[in-house]
Ligand binder design. Sequence first.
Ligand SMILES: Cc1cc2nc3c(=O)[nH]c(=O)nc-3n(C[C@H](O)[C@H](O)[C@H](O)COP(=O)(O)O)c2cc1C
Length: 249
Amino acid sequence: MLFGSRKLQARIRASPRSLAYFLMCCHRSFTTTRVNALNIAVITGTTRTQGPPRPILGPRVASFITKSLEARGNTYTVVDPNSFELLDKPQFAYASSQVPAHLKDVQKILEDADAYVCVTPEYNHAPSPGLLNVLNHFGSSTFSFKPSAIVSYSAGQWGGTRAAIALRPILSELGCLPVSAMIHLPSAQEIFDEDGNPYENTEKWQNYTDRCFSQLEWWGTAAKKHKAETDPFDQSPSLQKDPSQRNAP
Ligand SMILES: Cc1cc2nc3c(=O)[nH]c(=O)nc-3n(C[C@H](O)[C@H](O)[C@H](O)COP(=O)(O)O)c2cc1C
């Protein structure tokens, strides 16, 4: 399922799989255990419409990532920063009856998710402002007690690692702790075609993403099971007034 700009949706939907990639996905969907399959919100980062590189990298990377999640038996919804205005008032600052419809829709997607995947380009050694803008619209009560995974990419040789590291404390603050394995995609324009299929080394790229996503699924399943027994907000209630509620005495 996709939520976000029509352009991104069309790009991802239209992706015809290369035969090799298609066969690999079929093989994987039969061989991968589905015990840990999750419902995942994939939050993307680019808000650009034009390169260089051409076409831009975000949709190619998002397509590769969503296909990889699906091949492991997960379901997903893409949240696209292009569908957000710059932060005016976050969802938690509205009276519940006044929350704008768009924020309500995305909040439901985020709340229904068992885990998050954040896909960020690196801009000036930082995560994309579009991704941060989406995150800033919602409070930690939306994200807490679930795991997250970080995917970073760039046109350069470091694959957005600096952006990825900078994103870790932000996700921790939101309570969706990032798993240890991250996915970094250097010179992504040389890895993926326009449909997000690797030009070569498909299996190696898939094994690389599997490590990260298997961690996400393990933690996501553990959290889901434990939440069914114990409400985490019982002893750590969400902040109702302001951050001073967590001040030291
Ligand atoms: C404002 C801006 C800052 C950038 N800063 C970096 C950077 O710090 N490191 C890097 O490797 N690439 C950097 N790049 C190049 C991006 O990796 C490249 O443009 C990539 O395609 C961005 O992803 P996108 O096409 O999905 O927007 C930057 C690009 C832009 C537009």
